[in-house]
Design a protein around this ligand. Sequence first.
Ligand code: SAM
Ligand code: ZN
Length: 305
Amino acid sequence: MTLRKANNLACPLDGLTLSVDEKQCVCPEGHTFDIAKQGYLHLLPVQNKRSRNPGDSAEMVAARSAFLNSGGFAPIADKLNELTRASLTTSRTETCVLDAGCGEGYYLAHLLASLQESPFQKNLALIGMDISKPAILAASKRSKHITWLIASNKQPPLLPGTVDVILCVFGYPLFDRFKPLLAPCGRIILVDAGPEHLIELRNIVYPTVQKSGPPTLAAAESAGLFLTQESTLTYTHRMSSNAQIMNLLAMTPHYHRASREGLDAASKLKNIEVTIDVTFRTLEPVQRQENVDRDAITPGLTKST
Ligand SMILES: C[S@@+](CC[C@H](N)C(=O)[O-])C[C@H]1O[C@@H](n2cnc3c(N)ncnc32)[C@H](O)[C@@H]1O
Ligand SMILES: [Zn+2]
């Protein structure tokens, strides 16, 4: 694997270019940041932290890793790889994909695996960024070829105009912060839950279920980003262990919003088939809305994992 190292890191204190060596990185003003022995960089200044341990907890990260490693969301990762690879070009000498809110790194690791022998890899850098230290610790174990950052979407420590694709998977996009990072022809790919996502589990943990679609793009449009492509992926996934059912629940906001009775009912489940219903949306900083391609990839529940 010959991915290039990220050379577009910016000092979180003044935005100047960070030069990276084996042990640390440093900006021209002399601000230094150590590279942890696990290989990640901590670029979240303490004054930018709103709590002592921001982001997902170690328990949520462990639950997410256990569920994702079971392959339950592999079709989502495959579709994301397809969209990301179609957005990269071999004509640029350096390309970069940033996963903003990468969690424990599943989707970037899946992308990396799909790039073996591809013409993209030698001029491509992959960067995973998350505000949660337990998430980045887990991500660092997935691959040494990916640059893992503890940092916030509120202040991404990257140089403007250097990122070709920003992925935001079930995350918290901050469009006004993402847009300046985009290289010419750069784009953002959002992955969000659709109205039927995990509906069978939601019917169990809530007394009444609200079926809402993916979040609105009003903030994206205010930031000058427009929808250029939209598609959905729908399939069913069978789970036959309570541990895996609870892992899936624990990696979603439903775990914290559910009623006690709902969680008790879920904790007694031995198996369940759940609907996975996910929307992929591509945003670009040009107005090309008339070209929106609404190709439903898998209409209806046609695929079972
Ligand atoms: C629902 S999880 C999704 C993780 C990953 N994208 C996945 O789908 O497996 C949302 C992630 O966003 C992270 N997060 C929350 N606020 C953030 C912020 N301001 N900047 C970066 N990451 C953040 C959390 O720590 C968590 O890992
Ligand atoms: Zn600096």
